[in-house]
Design a protein around this ligand. Structure first.
Ligand SMILES: [Mn+2]
Length: 324
């Protein structure tokens, strides 16, 4: 796939009158920031804009969705002349909205993952970017759009969360340069930091307690599993244990980590992390998932949680021995 230039994409956006925005299911702040920054810039230019999503947004996500027209109904393609997807590399990541990108509609795909088949009429996919929000920022610059404090805050939230606060190895000079520009434009760092890092609820603490009580280590892999019964007892869902794998990979001498939860009978959701130089994307792909080299996820079926755990441990072991 050949990338279009920022100015080509900016032109397409500027010429559109009504634009539908999409991002991946289970959206993180980079998904929301990269999509909504463009959404609000277009809205400010007087365009008709709709953000399509069927998520049950968390309280924190809703803080970033303020004043956004979110539609959870199907998208009537005849109502829009442009369709933009951000932060999603594969069709299935768009959930019920994938269909739109199947047609030869006027689509734009903006992303920083290794592409897995989601291709627009125009594309800008760059895996060197630490966040998709950085790409959205470049497009807004090419559009000469006014970067309002609200837009800057959305982009900063995406950048800050996808770099794990500027510590993961994708963090580069462009991440800091973009952060500098966004703070200059009025990004509310305090709001982003407070919402992301200083709002731990009692429930989150319960989940952390579970993690640090139940985690296991095998060789250089740390992991934590949550059986369905425990998950229900803690009244938890996927987002509640999302941070487990990130926490575990930060342990000394640990190169791989994963969290694994049984979210319904016989159905498992796994989140993988790796330290720099190690690869969990290829592990996730074995289970029908994907993501980045150092941060990936997958959903799959297994008889029980012990079997699911062993399947992952075996796969990590196998890939390590293949690399030797
Ligand atoms: Mn992202």
């Amino acid at each position: 796939m050949k990338n279009n230039s920022f100015s080509q994409i900016a032109d397409a956006i500027k010429h559109a009158k009504s634009i539908a925005f999409f991002t991946h299911i289970d959206p993180d702040l980079d998904a929301i920031g990269s999509a909504l920054s463009l959404y609000f810039a277009c809205k400010n230019l007087g365009k008709k804009v709709t953000f399509f999503s069927k998520e049950n947004f968390t309280e924190i996500q809703l803080m970033f969705l303020e004043n956004c027209n979110v539609s959870s109904s199907m998208c009537d393609a005849s109502q829009f002349d442009l369709f933009i997807s951000t932060d999603a590399p594969a069709m299935y990541r768009l959930g019920d909205y994938a269909e739109i990108f199947n047609d030869k509609n006027n689509t734009i795909v903006i992303d920083h993952h290794i592409n897995c088949g989601l291709i627009g009429r125009q594309n800008y996919v760059n895996t060197e970017m630490s966040s998709c929000s950085e790409i959205s920022y470049q497009i807004l610059r090419a559009m000469k759009a006014n970067i309002t404090p609200q837009i800057a805050t959305l982009l900063y939230a995406g950048l800050s969360s996808d770099t794990f606060s500027f510590i993961n190895t994708k963090t580069n000079s462009n991440s800091f340069w973009t952060a500098y520009k966004l703070v200059k434009a009025g990004a509310d760092i305090l709001k982003v930091n407070e919402l992301q890092y200083r709002r731990h609820t009692k429930k989150e603490v319960e989940f952390k307690k579970y993690l640090w009580t139940n985690f296991q280590i095998v060789d250089d892999c740390a992991y934590c599993t949550i059986p369905l019964k425990e998950l229900q007892a803690m009244n938890g869902k996927k987002s509640d244990f999302d941070s487990y794998s990130s926490e575990l990979v930060s342990l000394k001498d640990i190169h791989y980590s994963f969290s694994l939860a049984e979210t319904s009978k016989g159905f498992f959701e796994a989140s993988f992390r790796a330290k720099s130089g190690y690869d969990v994307r290829s592990v996730a792909m074995k289970f029908g998932g994907g993501g980045h080299i150092e941060a990936a996820g997958a959903k799959f079926n297994a008889e029980n949680i012990q079997q699911a755990t062993n399947m992952i441990l075996d796969e990590i072991k196998k890939q390590k021995s293949e690399k030797k």
